[in-house]
Design a protein around this ligand. Structure first.
Ligand SMILES: [Zn+2]
Length: 277
């Protein structure tokens, strides 16, 4: 079911990890950002759009993680964009012979059986430094950074006051660092938060990749919360973060395990090369 969160901007929420697909109305159809996860829910979204007489004229994946790269034939054959780095990572993923099995290892079995992989990761990379998504609708600014995943992009729909954050600024998920992808994942994450902070002045609606939609008051609060978490990781301190431990929302207790693993891996890294992070 589609739910309006701002004028011309609607959300379709997945059963998997409260993933948010975002629909933006344009002149001749819609832009669809991170379509969703299970085959049936993306088909349901395609159906809703068909009933509204709104073809998908462009897609966008915020970053090259499996749950942001799926598609369904019912959505049609519009170009699916991502940053050049995102498209390259998705292409690499698909080019490896055992890719489906390898990705499926990360997915709960009850969800893995419901995913349609046919159109997975077929992303058209936008040239580096592309400022806006090329489409006929409200301007959508691309804010690319290196936190969480290669070529991650947040999207800013200024005339609607909406920030689509991808896998950051969530009320349920802690910052998950790209510990294999970059030389300094802590600093990359902090730099990305500064970028979002600089872009987020007039935001009324914050849409995280997973979790609850936030209002204007949530933007800086969630930036501060994510920064506090990353600082705690950097200093190998106790997170004191409401998303970790008994205060985690129902169904999100597993996030504490992610936190423990990140701490462990960062400790190993600093042992190895004598530097924090
Ligand atoms: Zn992700």
């Amino acid at each position: 079911m589609l739910r309006q969160v701002a004028e011309g901007v609607l959300i379709h929420e997945s059963e998997f990890c409260q993933s948010n697909a975002v629909v933006v109305h344009g002149r001749a159809g819609v832009l669809l950002i991170d379509p969703g996860v299970t085959g049936s829910e993306i088909a349901c979204l395609a159906n809703d759009l068909r009933e509204l007489g709104q073809p998908v004229v462009a897609g966008f994946s915020t970053h090259p993680h499996w749950d942001h790269l799926l598609w369904h034939a019912g959505l049609g054959a519009a170009p699916r964009y991502g940053t050049a780095r995102c498209a390259a990572a998705a292409r690499d993923e698909r080019s490896d012979a055992g890719w489906k099995a390898r990705i499926a290892e990360w997915i709960p079995p009850d969800i893995a059986g419901q995913i349609s992989w046919d159109l997975f990761g077929l992303i058209t990379g936008l040239p580096a430094e592309t400022a806006r998504i090329p489409w006929d609708g409200p301007q959508v600014r691309i804010v690319e950074h290196q936190a969480h995943a290669a070529g991650h992009a947040a999207l800013l729909i200024e005339e609607r006051g909406v920030l689509v954050a991808g896998d950051m600024l969530s009320d349920v998920l802690i910052p998950m660092l790209d510990l294999d992808g970059t030389a300094d994942p802590i600093e990359d994450y902090l730099a990305a938060l500064r970028l979002l902070e600089g872009a987020a002045d007039d935001i009324d609606v914050l849409v995280p990749g997973h979790g609850s939609i936030g209002g204007a008051d949530q933007v800086n609060a969630r930036i501060d919360q994510d920064r506090g978490y990353v600082h705690a990781l950097r200093d190998a301190g106790v997170a004191g973060d409401p998303r970790v431990g008994p205060s985690a929302k129902d169904g999100w207790q597993w996030v504490a395990g992610v936190h423990a693993r990140q701490l462990q891996r960062l400790a190993r890294r600093s042992e190895r090369d004598g530097t924090p992070g």
